[in-house]
Design a binder for this molecule. Structure first.
Ligand code: PMP
Length: 424
């Protein structure tokens, strides 16, 4: 049966030596009570917390786990390169091979730069657009996440007004608001940023309206600005090319991270020839950016992306989950709002303005060995099987039964804290 005494002890020790015990997107502060903060092990589609409880993990490390934790082939490539040379005085030959592989896979890209985190890539995209155009203003979708640097963090703490200067916001998928933002930027427009899909937290996901994506491309072309698609989270989850290949729009720049090396630390910025010189003349670097071992892992991951049916399989598994959950919810007289692509699902309980039902339901799932998130999109892992999906649906069914029996629930108090911290 489920216990958490070791986690409780660790959280207490952490509070003495780590700010708040944990910070950032992997803090469980805003998750339902009892979500484990610390883990011991991850293998395939499963996580084990420090108390030894096992979870079928639908967060996939918040995106990096595409082919299963500890994939033997990818990790062998990583280890072989690690033994040969990793963080050296210059990059390995694998950097060129990886750039060739990325450019070969992503139709809009003529060159690649590598870095560590998604934020590195989105920040470089911003700098390259400004360098290319000699202008400052960037147009961004309200509520979209592009990283944790002062220019883009969703929290206000520690950010100076100047860090957020030269930004104009539009509503995702809303052509009129995009046009208004571009008008406001006037002759200072350097770039339009877009997420490949609307995958903001707490609100329903939206697929891109092709008319919106095409208009963003046109507006950039008319004004000599650059179109940036931030594929850090959705990259290779929806397509073997840029996610906007699905709507027939080529960005000038795209940022990548998370899944590209199956969890090994590397991110990438890809670009078209038009801004090659601008990319070459910004100062962009980092002590670990050119480490060879994560590049070897990325090369193996890309080969798997190119050569297998992982995408079609994760899509089919996502549909199986979506249908199974909908049927189960209906049996209990409940409804879910399952939005976005089935392979990148956001799953929220309908008619739940305070998220009380969602918190109760995901907590019950967690205690049955299924790790769900109440307000962030999740990920289908290509190593999952139909049996894994069925296990999740059965656990969800039991959790719905408990939710139905629980009657009225109080709003989760911790969400008040979040509303204080967030911009909105
Ligand atoms: N862009 C998007 C769309 C993301 O989802 C993320 C990470 N969640 C980032 C940028 C930032 O990536 P990182 O946390 O690796 O800096």
């Amino acid at each position: 049966s489920w216990t958490n005494s070791k986690n409780t002890d660790l959280v207490e020790r952490a509070q003495a030596v780590i700010p708040m015990g944990m910070y950032g997107h992997q803090s469980v502060l805003l998750l339902p009570d009892d979500y484990p903060q610390f883990f011991r092990r991850a293998k395939g589609v499963h996580l084990w917390d420090v108390d030894g409880n096992r979870y079928l993990d639908f967060l996939c490390g918040y995106g990096p786990n595409l082919f299963g934790y500890g994939d033997p082939e990818i990790d062998d490539a990583y280890i072989a390169q690690l033994r040969e040379g990793d963080t050296m005085t210059g990059p390995g030959e694998v950097m060129v091979e990886l750039a060739e592989a990325m450019v070969g896979l992503i139709a809009h890209a003529d060159w690649a730069m590598f870095c560590k985190n998604g934020t590195d890539a989105t920040t470089m995209a911003l700098m390259i657009a400004r360098n290319h155009t000699g202008r400052n203003t960037v147009v961004l979708a309200r509520g979209a996440y592009h990283g944790a640097a002062p220019w883009c963090t969703p929290l206000k703490k520690g950010v100076a007004p100047g860090d957020r200067a030269n930004q104009v916001f539009y509503d995702y998928n809303d052509v009129e608001s995009l046009e208004a933002a571009v008008r406001e930027a006037g002759d200072d427009l350097a770039a339009i940023f877009a997420s490949p899909i609307k995958h903001d937290t707490f609100v329903d996901q939206e697929l891109p309206d092709p008319a919106y994506a095409r208009r963003a491309r046109e507006l950039c072309d008319e004004r000599g600005a650059l179109l940036i698609v931030d594929d850090v989270r959705a990259g290779f989850r929806l397509a073997r090319d840029s996610s906007w290949s699905l709507v027939g729009v080529k960005p000038d720049l795209s940022s990548w991270g998370k899944a590209i090396a199956n969890g090994h630390p590397i991110s990438a910025l890809l670009g078209a020839d038009i801004c090659r010189m601008a990319a070459a003349t910004i100062y962009a670097t980092g002590s670990y950016w050119f480490s060879a071992a994560p590049m070897a892992a990325a090369l193996k991951t890309l080969a798997r992306i190119r050569d297998t049916d992982y995408l079609e399989r994760t899509q089919a598994l996502g549909r199986r989950l979506r249908e199974g959950l909908d049927e189960s919810a209906a049996r209990h007289g409940l409804a879910l709002r399952q939005t976005g692509p089935a392979e990148l699902p956001l799953i929220m309980v309908d008619d739940d303005p305070t998220l009380a039902k969602g918190y109760f339901w995901t907590q019950a799932l967690m205690k049955r060995g299924v790790y769900f998130h109440p307000w962030h999109n999740m990920f289908i892992c290509a190593a999952m099987t139909e049996a894994d999906i069925d296990f999740a649906v059965e656990a969800a069914d039991e959790a719905f039964k408990l939710l139905k029996a629980a009657g009225p629930l109080e709003a989760p108090a911790k969400l008040g804290f979040m509303n204080q911290m967030l911009d909105h």
